[in-house]
Design a protein around this ligand. Structure first.
Ligand SMILES: [Zn+2]
Length: 292
């Protein structure tokens, strides 16, 4: 079943404008409409598959976050840079508590948690996909569960991370409120999401791989993300770039647009996007460091 949202999932405003029509390039080839809230500028997929129906859109052997195997050349590149990006991510959270209690929301196959455990962190991971959860459990000594509700109510975290997952959450506000509740006072929430004001997003438009409909339900810009954080009483302390995403997303977008791989063109577009962003701050993906 599909559901049509009558209110903005972030600010509850009732009026939206048409924004873009995008295709599900990786699984079904279905088209989905994106609309933009007139109040907070959040772009969201609407109508969208309901939370039961959504499962089928993840049933691709190629869904990168749920597997440890690289099946396509672009996935191989993704895996090769992953150990580097994992180190970058763990360095990024060190200043917020050298080794405390961390929750990775949407931990995939658990590599980030494994790295944090090696640095002395106590970890818990949440991952809804059963296969990914099984792989994560082999790597991580902390528990891996399928939802927030499975974590004991008095367990609170110094840091909660959500790498490219907020855009997938059906009940956005409710879940983020629960996540906030799980943070200790003064604790940090680290969220990475694609940025639709990046150069690669405006260049590829409906072929931009990070729209990834209907798996991505929300498509953030800095202003719509700040409005969401504000509505949740979370302070934005820092906004940081994820510089590798522009390459990966551009290579995939090239493939969606032309029907074939063109790594060089994608790579050059990734470089161009980062170079433009070094002045504008509009990187392909952004990391928001939020404080309770
Ligand atoms: Zn809104």
């Amino acid at each position: 079943m599909y559901e049509r949202l009558e209110k903005c999932p972030s600010c509850q405003h009732l009026q939206f404008d048409n924004f873009l029509i995008c295709e599900d390039h990786s699984v079904t080839r279905e088209s989905f409409a994106l609309v933009k809230c007139r109040n907070c500028n959040l772009v969201f997929t609407n109508p969208r598959p309901d939370s039961v129906e959504l499962g089928k859109y993840y049933q691709s052997d190629n869904y990168i976050s749920h597997t440890d195997k690289a099946k396509t050349p672009i996935q191989l590149i993704y895996k090769l840079v992953r150990s580097y990006t994992l180190r970058k991510k763990s360095k990024l959270i060190q200043p917020y508590k050298s080794a405390g209690m961390v929750l990775d929301y949407g931990c995939g196959t658990g590599d980030f948690l494994r790295m944090l455990e090696s640095k002395g962190w106590s970890t818990i991971g949440i991952e809804p996909d059963e296969g990914a959860r099984r792989l994560a459990k082999r790597k991580v000594s902390g528990s891996i569960v399928d939802s927030l509700k499975k974590i004991e109510s008095d367990t609170k975290f110094d840091v909660i991370t959500a790498w490219h997952v907020v855009e997938h959450i059906s009940d956005l506000k409710e879940t983020l409120k629960l996540i906030r509740k799980k943070l200790k006072k003064g604790g940090h929430l680290v969220v990475a999401v694609p940025n639709l004001n990046s150069f690669d997003a405006t260049h590829y438009r409906e072929y931009w791989a990070a729209y990834d409909v209907p798996r991505h339900l929300y498509h953030f810009s800095q202003d719509s993300f700040l409005a969401l954080a504000n509505g949740l009483k979370l302070k934005v302390k820092k906004i940081l770039p994820m510089k590798f995403d522009s390459y990966y997303v551009s290579m995939l977008s090239e493939k969606y647009r032309s029907g074939k791989n063109n790594f060089i063109k994608g790579f050059l577009m990734g470089m161009k996007s980062n170079s433009k962003a070094s002045k504008s701050g509009e990187y392909s993906s952004l990391i928001y460091i939020l404080k309770k």
